[in-house]
Design a protein around this ligand. Sequence first.
Ligand code: MG
Length: 217
Amino acid sequence: MKPSILDAWLFDLDNTLYPAESGLFEQIRARIGSYLVRNCGVNAADMAATQQNYRERFGSTLAGLMAENRVEPEHFLSFVHDVNYEAIKPSPRLAHALAGLSGRLFIFTNGSRDHACRVTDRLGISGVFEDIFDIARAGYVPKPMPDPYRDIVRDLNLTPRNTAFVEDIERNLAPAKALGMTTVLVSDSAENSASAAADYIVSDLSGWLVDFGTRSS
Ligand SMILES: [Mg+2]
């Protein structure tokens, strides 16, 4: 398909702008589990199931904890992002690909701004983004709830049909697609070879962005 002219790009952060193989998000998941055990009375054996339950019911573990345990979000976020960022290596290839895109570039993340800044600093791409729409700006309502998609369109003055959204979690694409955005699923899994929510499925984001920029110019 040929999208209309894109004038804005929204990028998820975790496992989208850096590779899942870095293990950074595994570190964060482990910290979330520790938080549940230390602060919320969850048994270690139930950590993973509790996270999954909250993600399914509320969109994220944090949203579930805020709803059911009155967790203070900034306390949670600083705890779970206390990880070793050296797992993220500089990516001149991604920097080159992003620099070649026309339009405004943003990060749209369920994580915190501090976390996004640390990751983009490590990758060497911090200068390319006009703004970061983090979970605090979303009022702690996470993707894939519809509210933050409406909020980001309004706050950043986006035209959805001229906006692309790049994500590694398929269910997070659906609300963007419903608004009329062009959707890009970052995945190297064969089971995602077809997706109702994704206009494009890409395994090598940097390579795909370079090709896309070349085809569009
Ligand atoms: Mg992600």
